[in-house]
Design a protein around this ligand. Structure first.
Ligand SMILES: NC(=O)c1ccc[n+]([C@@H]2O[C@H](COP(=O)([O-])OP(=O)(O)OC[C@H]3O[C@@H](n4cnc5c(N)ncnc54)[C@H](O)[C@@H]3O)[C@@H](O)[C@H]2O)c1
Ligand SMILES: O=C(O)C(=O)C[C@@H](O)[C@H](O)[C@H](O)COP(=O)(O)O
Ligand SMILES: [Zn+2]
Length: 368
C-alpha cells in the first residue's frame, strides 16, 4: 500500500474515509474490499472520454485483478453531460450490464462525473453504493459530502439528492494530466475552503500559488488535504444543509447563475465561482467589511490564474432571473454567503436584489 493522508467524514454509521496520496489507484482493490464493496455483483465505472483515455485502464486492471466484476460507461466530457438525458443513458447501461441492488457505481473523474454518477447511484433501484475516485483538483470538493445532481437548462444542480459515497480514493498522480485551465478552475474551490474557514490557509495559498499551478506534488497534497478537511468538518456538522453547510456556497449564488446564463459552456464551474467570490467580497465591503476582504480575495484568485471579471455580454437581467431559481432562494429571500473577514463568512438573508444587481454590474467593470 502507498503512503496516504486520511480523513473521515463523520456521519455515524454512514461515516466514510477519504484517502489522499500518490499512486492510490494501485491500492483500489484492497481499499474497496475493506469497505465492503461486493465482488459478487457487477460494479460499473462511470467516467468521461478524457479520463478514460488516461486513467481508466489502470483502475479497471487493478479491480479485475482483485476479483471485481467490472463494466464501464464512458460519457462525453463537460458540464452538458450533467443532464437527464445522459442519466437515462447510464441507467440503460447499468441495466444492460446487469447491475443489481448490491452493485456499486464508481465515479472516476471530475465533478461532472462525480455528480452524475452519484445521482445514478442514488436513483438506480432506489440507491446503490458508490465510490468517488476524483481526478481533478476541483473534485476534492465534489467527491466529499454527498451532493449529487444533474442540471436543468434553467438552473444548476436542480435535480438531485444527498447520497454519500462509501469512500473517496484520491490518487494525486492522476492530476498530473490536467490541462492548465482545469488546474486553475479547481483551485477556485481550494481557495474557497480557506476563505470560509481558515485565514492561515488563504495566506498559504497566496504564498504558494506558483507551486499549486505548477502541480508541485507536496503543495498539492497539502492543499487538497486542507480543502477536504474543511469540507468534511462542515458536512459532518450539517449534512443536509439546514444551516452551516450553506457556507460552502460562497460565490455560488452569482456563480451558478453565470454558468446557467452562459449555457454551461463558456465558463467552467471554478471560473464562475471565482467571479462569484469576488462579487461576494465586493458585497461584504459594501456591508462594512474591511477593504482587505476584497483585495486579498481578488489577489489570491488572480494569482492561481482565475478570472475575476464577469464577461460583459452576459445579460444582467438573465443573471438576476437565474439567481431566483437557485436553491438559496427560498421563502421569498435570497441567502447570500458574505465573507465578513478572510476565513470567516456569515449567512445573510437580507441582501436586496438591487444591491446584488449593482454588484453584478460592477463585476463587469472589474480591473484585471
Ligand atoms: N457535489 C458537490 O459538492 C460539488 C462541489 C463542487 C463542484 N461540483 C460540480 O463539479 C463540476 C465541475 O467539476 P470539474 O471541474 O472537476 O469538471 P469536470 O468533471 O468537467 O472535469 C474537468 C475537465 O477535465 C477533464 N479531466 C478530468 N480529470 C482529468 C485528468 N486527470 N486529466 C486530464 N483531464 C481530466 C474532464 O474530462 C473535463 O474535460 C460542476 O458540475 C460542479 O457543479 C459539485
Ligand atoms: O457541498 C456543498 O454544500 C457545496 O455547496 C459545494 C459547492 O462547491 C458545490 O458547487 C455544490 O454542488 C453546490 O451546491 P448546491 O446545493 O448549491 O447545488
Ligand atoms: Zn462549487
Amino acid at each position: 500500500m502507498h503512503p496516504r493522508r486520511e480523513l473521515t467524514v463523520e456521519l455515524g454509521d454512514r461515516s466514510y474515509p477519504i484517502y489522499i496520496g500518490e499512486g492510490l489507484l494501485d491500492d483500489a482493490g484492497e481499499l474497496f474490499a475493506q469497505r465492503g464493496i461486493s465482488k459478487k455483483s457487477p460494479l460499473m465505472i462511470i467516467t468521461d472520454e478524457n479520463v478514460a483515455e488516461r486513467h481508466l485502464e489502470k483502475l479497471q486492471t487493478v479491480l479485475v485483478a482483485a476479483g471485481f466484476d467490472v463494466s464501464t460507461a464512458i460519457i462525453k466530457p463537460g458540464e452538458s453531460s450533467k443532464s437527464l438525458a445522459v442519466l437515462e443513458s447510464l441507467v440503460t447501461k447499468a441495466l444492460d450490464a446487469g447491475l443489481d441492488r448490491k452493485s456499486t457505481i464508481v465515479a472516476l473523474g471530475g465533478g461532472v462525473v462525480g455528480d452524475l454518477a452519484g445521482f445514478v447511484a442514488a436513483s438506480y433501484m432506489r440507491g446503490l453504493k458508490f465510490v468517488q475516485v476524483p481526478t481533478t483538483i476541483l473534485a476534492h470538493d465534489s467527491s466529499v459530502g454527498g451532493k449529487v445532481a444533474v442540471n436543468h437548462p434553467l438552473a444548476k444542480n436542480i435535480i438531485g439528492a444527498f447520497h454519500q459515497p462509501e469512500l473517496v480514493l484520491y490518487d494525486l498522480n492522476t492530476l498530473q494530466t490536467l490541462p492548465k485551465r482545469e488546474i486553475s478552475a479547481g483551485l477556485s474551490e481550494v481557495v474557497k475552503h480557506g476563505l470560509i474557514w481558515d485565514p492561515a490557509f488563504v495566506q498559504w495559498c497566496d504564498e504558494n500559488a506558483e507551486r499549486l499551478t505548477s502541480l508541485d506534488a507536496d503543495a498539492l497534497g497539502y492543499a487538497l488535504f486542507m480543502g477536504c478537511s474543511v469540507k468534511a468538518e462542515v458536512v459532518s456538522k450539517d449534512e443536509r444543509e439546514n444551516d452551516l453547510r450553506a457556507i460552502l456556497n460562497l460565490g455560488h449564488t452569482i456563480g451558478h447563475a453565470l454558468e446557467a446564463v452562459a449555457g454551461y459552456k463558456e465558463l467552467l464551474h471554478g471560473e464562475a465561482i471565482s467571479i462569484g467570490m469576488v462579487g461576494a467580497a465586493r458585497l461584504a465591503v459594501k456591508l462594512g467589511a474591511s477593504e482587505d476582504v476584497y483585495t486579498v480575495t481578488k489577489r489570491v484568485l488572480s494569482q492561481v490564474g482565475l478570472p475575476v471579471r464577469l464577461p460583459e455580454h452576459l445579460d444582467t437581467d438573465a443573471i438576476m432571473e437565474a439567481m431566483m431559481h437557485d436553491k438559496k432562494f427560498a421563502e421569498g429571500t435570497m441567502v447570500f454567503i458574505v465573507p465578513i473577514e478572510i476565513g470567516k463568512v456569515e449567512i445573510n438573508k437580507s441582501v436586496s436584489a438591487a444591491l446584488i444587481r449593482e454588484i453584478v454590474e460592477q463585476l463587469k467593470q472589474e480591473a484585471v
